[in-house]
Design a protein around this ligand. Sequence first.
Ligand SMILES: [Zn+2]
Length: 391
Amino acid sequence: MPGVKAYKFKLKTNPAFEQACVFTLDTCRELYNASLQERRDAYQINHVSLNYNSQSAQLPGIKALPPGRCRRLQSGASRRSAPLSRRRSTTSFAASRQVKKPGYPRFKGKAFFDSFVYPQSGFSLEGDKLHLSKIGSCRVRLSRPIEGGIKTCTIKREADGWYVVFAVECNQSRFIPKTGKAAGIDLGIECFAAVSNGERVENPKHYRAAESELKRAQRTVARRKNKRSNRRRKAINILARKHLHIKRQRADFHHKTALDVIRRYDHITIEDLNVCGMVRNHHLAKSISDAGWNQFARILTSKAANAGREVILVNPAYTSQDCSQCGSRVRKSLAVREHRCINCGFVAHRDHNAAINIQKRGQKRGARASGMGYEARVNREESPTIAGHPV
Ligand SMILES: [Zn+2]
């Protein structure tokens, strides 16, 4: 099944290349901010919604202004990536009006605009040499082969250097032999995942493990009072690298766990969790964010789709309260880690019981879906979210 896959590589930059990239970033950022402001004013003053096309039409006009005005915006560097910065402000603006959650798009400061995109052309990759129009060329640390045609090229600045991300259209799916097995998975904090067959995946708690180190780095930043000093900038970079390291550790863990799961099971059921709602519970916020369930679910779903596996999302309500054997509801607080049914006498670890419940819901859901005559890659129940889900 066709999909888009991202390949990310580190760039072996030189100072001139970096400078050109920074210049382009600034240009795109200015353009983004300007178009956001235009939209905001148009909407607030005249109640008119501007769209991507109408704003794009102004670009040639901006370029034609006498030199000296909007010099950056006129420069060639902006030409390729400009549409994407506009597009970005379009999508964030549209998102903010559709649903409440994403929030109103903000004006971006220097530290909050870290990437620009070549949407179609303007870049080429010959061997390990990347050519970017109006910027220059640079070697890429090709750490794995690219399979498929490159669609877009994104240049990204991170705390430890510059990266290129290629979006590649892949038509081949990964072949993993069928196992004929199904599993329900309960994501938790105490153990990261409990499988319905009784297996457990421990939670590595990367953030918790590095917390004292982070605190120290954060204190160093706080001690550097002069906002524009080099020493403060360096301290911020050290802190950012530590956060980056944790982020990568977590992503690595998620990828490995997800691959292991799809290798072993054909049908995988997980809860459709409302993580945003749950993070509002500030007693658990840090632990929930550290576990990164949303990212794991996303990785699992995309890997499964690529390998022809099925991921079923089910309603998480009462999965850890109900008895998986007789169905009676056994009320317990979060602190009670053992499920002990007073009706049928079934005793199991709380998460294991929940995983069995999840698998049963998935089975029911899968049967219903195939009865209706279609096989859905991802089945979603109608009213999936509840605010205070017991973990
Ligand atoms: Zn029971």
